[in-house]
Write a protein that binds this ligand. Structure first.
Ligand code: PLP
Length: 385
């Protein structure tokens, strides 16, 4: 069997596993050593060098999933993002970032980059013209995230990759929301693919981790900084993540299916004024999403009409959990107004399209009828008298 031809679920289940040659166990043994012999051995192993047997095994799985030569696993998504950015950006360099980004990435840029003398421009919109406009003489990197949080806007990956090639810039994408099940940026021309593995890779809301996939050359470049910054993942969690990723293909496909059905259902719901889901024909980026995604993902947002009290809605839910994070097998909801975008003024939120009634919905794998029943009983109780 040629490795290249293995299907997604086969890669999730098998690729990279550490063979248990001693006892022939079915799963990868865990190697917890933080100290390895140095004599007669070519590779100096140490967990912070990202080269323990379990770390290397998981890197192979991530690289195979993202169709890249190599990968690195980090202690968090932000460790993966910060290390990748700082590996390619030096004092006096400039980066173009899309305007809609994960809050932690935004904070990293706004709170830290000045200290390092790194210049940055956020695009005015996701239109390729605005990316073009933002490029300067000292630009080194273009950074995108699609679909975006929380309005699920879609950036044209092919166009960004083409623009970057023309200007000899490195492209990076945060591929967390889509996961490699739904989107393969390397096949669309992107250089460096970053994940919060806390989300769909882990999938059970019990792991904090990050991943970067790219060419062997780019990964080696990121590794040189990574071992100095020290953001590696403990081997216990590496093993948990390998176990979790075996089901990523079937989990995410189940979430795609549930989300598409729920988006269609909510769009017709009398209590809902708007649904944001790239798989809906009414979504402004539907055609673009279809052209670059294999599935539309498990993330959506919807707006409750003004007659409904959002806090009461959250308190009334019995199955769906109001929760800060996302992408678990369980359905969760969050109010951007009360959490990620709480520090903005109502006017600033409005400008970004974030209404007070907006609810971000991470769709789980529960039976659709049970999710719908829970939404409906909570909506009923949330109606203002
Ligand atoms: C959660 C998240 C991150 C940050 O990942 P951590 O694992 O929390 O450090 C980055 N990007 C996106 C899109 C996320 O959802």
């Amino acid at each position: 069997m040629k490795k290249k031809n293995l299907g997604l679920n086969t890669v999730c289940t098998h690729t990279g596993e550490v063979k248990d040659t001693q006892f022939k166990g079915a799963v990868s043994p865990i190697y917890l050593s933080s100290s390895y012999a140095f004599e007669d051995i070519d590779e100096k192993r140490y967990p912070r060098y990202f080269n323990t047997p379990n770390q290397q095994a998981l890197c192979k799985k991530v690289a195979a999933l993202e169709h890249t030569e190599d990968a690195l696993i980090f202690g968090s998504g932000m460790a993966a993002i910060s290390t990748s950015l700082l590996a390619f950006l030096h004092k006096g360099d400039h980066i173009v970032l899309q305007n809609a980004l994960y809050g932690g990435t935004m904070n990293l840029v706004l709170e830290e980059f000045d200290k390092y003398g790194i210049e940055y421009t956020f695009t005015e919109s996701l239109d390729i013209k605005d990316f073009k406009k933002a490029i300067q003489k000292n630009t080194k990197v273009i950074y995108i995230e699609t679909p975006s949080n929380p309005l699920l806007k879609v950036t044209d990956i092919r166009k960004v990759a083409k623009l970057a090639k023309k200007h000899k810039l490195i492209t990076m994408i945060d591929n967390t929301f889509a996961s490699p099940v739904n989107q393969l940026p390397a096949t669309l021309g992107i250089d460096i693919i970053i994940h919060s593995a806390t989300k769909y890779f882990g999938g059970h809301s019990d792991i904090l981790a990050g991943a970067v996939a790219a060419s062997a050359e780019h990964i080696n470049h990121i590794f040189q900084l990574a071992k100095n910054l020290g953001g590696s993942l403990s081997d216990f969690t590496v093993w948990m993540l390998e176990r979790s990723m075996k089901t990523m293909g079937i989990r995410v496909k189940a979430q795609n299916k549930n989300a598409l059905k729920l988006a269609n259902y909510l769009e017709k719901h009398e209590a809902v004024s708007k649904v944001y889901y790239p798989g809906l024909k009414s979504h402004e980026d539907y055609e673009l999403a279809k052209s670059q995604m294999a599935g539309f993902g498990g993330m959506m947002s919807f707006e409750l009409k003004d007659e409904y009290n959002v806090s009461k809605f959250f308190k009334s839910l019995k199955l769906i959990k109001p929760s800060m994070s996302l992408a678990g097998v369980e359905s969760t909801v969050l109010s951007p107004t009360q959490t990620s975008h709480a520090l903005l003024t109502p006017e600033e939120r409005k400008k970004q399209g974030i209404a007070d009634g907006l609810i971000r919905f991470s769709v789980g794998i529960e039976d659709k009828k049970d999710i719908i029943a829970d939404l409906n009983q909570a909506i009923k109780k949330a109606k203002k008298k």
